[in-house]
Design a protein around this ligand. Structure first.
Ligand code: GDP
Ligand code: MG
Length: 321
């Protein structure tokens, strides 16, 4: 294959929750699509991002964090991660080097069982892989080297590339390593597509992120956002169907599902203040994303145990099939 041939394919981002997969996805895409959170495990659905440049197009899957299956929600998440890897052309293991350095300093082996579980998933996936040793902005070099060494020995066919998804260091080298592992071929999507996810989905994720960030209290991961209405109104006084690029106002009705009345209280807040803040901050980002004016209406409902109800998970697109 000539060095400058166009390449395209799918790269699945895998790793433990909180390793920085969503941050890396956002860094590569240069826009905010996946939600990031200082708390683990907020990415439940598979988010597809598309990075296009002259010599390649990478379609990115942001998989749920791999961890011990427990509840139906957890089992569904692990299954989605596995499926994502086998469907991809290559896998990228996003590895939290800061966490590993901290644990190693306390005497824990670098390749402990939690790490081994992911290494095994890559062994068995049957696709080439790359390891992104992330958060190097937080790790001193002498502490980083034994980690890179241990990973390189465990996965001899996979390059280990030190990066900081947050600061951007090493990301160009990582993209080059992805490119080497993708098949030759034309772009799979038009160059201006950033994601194959619908705007609805991204809007729901943005609202969910605001809930996690703003309710410092333990509103658990069992919070879902359902977009009940997503409609575009023509601008008042402007003829519709002119083919102009100006979009009218987008009207969005979203329902926030929680499992307990106490959680509903937290999300709504005193005098409705928390919900108002969630709405204001989400709306600002949705307007930037859609490039239109936005009317956002948020409602909160209690649905006991929705996250262990397989039918509910299917409806929300979390469980497949
Ligand atoms: P995910 O669960 O793997 O998707 O992880 P996120 O992308 O949501 O990141 C989890 C946390 O780690 C967030 O607070 C990020 O800001 C932080 N983080 C991710 N990458 C880096 C990095 O390169 N350096 C630093 N200092 N923090 C990072
Ligand atoms: Mg994530």
């Amino acid at each position: 294959m000539p060095e400058d041939a166009h390449r395209s394919g799918v790269v699945a981002l895998v790793g433990r929750p909180n390793a920085g997969k969503s941050t890396l996805l956002n860094r590569v895409l240069g826009e905010k699509l996946a939600i990031t959170s200082p708390r683990p495990q907020t990415t439940r659905n598979r988010i597809v991002g598309i990075h296009t440049r002259p010599d390649m197009q990478v379609v990115l899957l942001d998989t749920p964090g791999i961890h011990e299956p427990g509840t139906p929600l957890n089992r569904a998440m692990v299954r989605l991660a596995r499926t994502a890897v086998t469907e991809a052309d290559a896998a990228c293991w996003v590895f939290d080097a800061e966490r590993a350095a901290r644990q190693h300093a306390r005497g824990k082996p670098i390749l402990h069982p939690g790490i081994e579980a992911i290494a095994r998933l890559l062994d068995e996936a049957g696709v080439p892989s790359v390891v992104a040793a992330n958060k190097i902005d937080l790790v001193k070099k002498p502490l980083l080297l034994p980690i890179i060494d241990a990973l390189s020995k465990r996965l001899p066919a996979s390059p280990v590339i030190p990066i900081s998804a947050l600061a951007g260091d090493g990301v160009d080298a990582l993209l080059a390593a992805w490119r080497e592992r993708l098949p030759e071929g034309p772009p799979l999507y038009p160059a201006d597509h950033l994601t194959t996810q619908s705007e609805r989905f991204v809007v729901a994720e943005l609202i969910r992120e605001k809930i996690f960030r703003l309710t410092r209290q333990e509103v658990p991961y069992a919070t879902a956002v359902v977009i009940e209405r997503f409609e575009e109104e023509p601008l008042p006084g402007e003829p519709a169907g002119e083919g102009g690029e100006a979009r009218g106002r987008v009207v969005i009705f979203a329902r926030i599902l929680v499992e307990r009345p106490s959680q509903k209280g937290i999300v709504i807040g005193k005098g409705g203040r928390m919900l108002k803040r969630i709405g204001t901050e989400a709306r600002r980002e949705i307007m930037a994303l859609l490039g239109t004016r936005v009317h956002l209406d948020l409602h909160v409902s209690v649905k006991p145990r929705w996250s262990s109800d397989p039918r509910m998970l299917r409806e929300l697109g979390i469980e497949e099939g």
